[in-house]
Design a protein. Structure first.
Length: 264
């Protein structure tokens, strides 16, 4: 199990940013995932991701085809996106899912950028970091890359400034998946409705949408967790008859046992 106590078993301090001890918990997590992937390879999925289908179905059978997630950003001014043909939503990959072999070039380049940003004097303003060109700074807000998304910004920079990586990114050797699947953005847009359907009731139609959609990967952001999960008691999530429990039971996850541990 990789956590803050065991990270030293897998990585040395020289494999992490010099400023690691002073970073926020979010930036520490970003640093650890990149260092682990570069050294060992493998698959990183945030623990706050709800998956209902096997990873093998997502990744496919061809090891030469890489998988990333990107999300069409709905809050960016549509007129800005429509008038900018340089990039599209696939050029803002998400860092909560990363799969790569050890020593991967893309991860290596990404790590270099992230380390420079984290070891810099300003970790809140991209324009003061000296890492991003005026053109990149102009484009990133149109992709929904905000100041706190430093790894996302570095992923875009890594792709955008290297023609070989740009060509690779837009080739059949990379598949970009929308984590919303067939469900669409509605489950994110109406968090109260999703909380009721998932944790506070049994909604058969919603259950089918979640369980039978191989493209759906529900990443719960901090805002989503605060709106959907944190208002609920853990026992209410695991012990109440709800869609969440029924979906897990159908996947052979013993929700009753988890409920028993919570209430004993």
């Amino acid at each position: 199990l990789l956590n803050s106590d065991s990270v030293s078993e897998y990585l040395t301090e020289h494999e992490l940013p010099r400023t690691f001890r002073f970073l926020s918990i979010q930036h520490r997590s970003d640093a650890i995932r990149l260092a682990v992937l570069k050294k060992y390879g493998g698959i990183w999925v945030d623990a706050t991701t709800f998956m209902t289908n096997p990873l093998q179905e997502l990744l496919g059978d061809n090891p030469n085809v890489r998988t990333f997630f990107a999300l069409p950003y709905p809050w960016t001014d549509q007129s800005l996106k429509d008038n900018d043909t340089r990039v599209s939503w696939i050029d803002h990959p998400q860092n909560w899912f990363l799969a790569a072999p050890s020593g991967d070039l893309f991860i290596h380049r990404l790590q270099q950028c992230v380390w420079q940003f984290m070891d810099g004097v300003n970790r809140k303003d991209f324009s003061l970091s000296g890492l991003f060109s005026p053109q990149q700074l102009e484009i990133m807000p149109r992709l929904g890359i905000r100041a706190y998304l430093s790894t996302d910004a570095c992923m875009f920079r890594t792709i955008f400034e290297d023609l070989t990586l740009w060509t690779w990114w837009h080739s059949p050797r990379v598949q970009i998946r929308n984590p919303c699947g067939h469900l669409g953005f509605t489950w994110m847009a109406n968090m109260t409705d999703t909380r009721v359907k998932l944790f506070e009731s049994v909604d058969p139609a919603f259950m089918v949408q979640l369980r039978d959609d191989p493209g759906l990967f529900m990443k719960f952001t901090s805002d989503m967790r605060s709106r959907m999960i944190l208002p609920l008691d853990p026992a209410a999530i695991w012990c109440k008859e709800n869609s969440f429990r029924k979906i897990l039971d159908s996947m052979n996850v013993n929700s009753a046992e988890r409920c028993k541990r919570l209430t004993s």
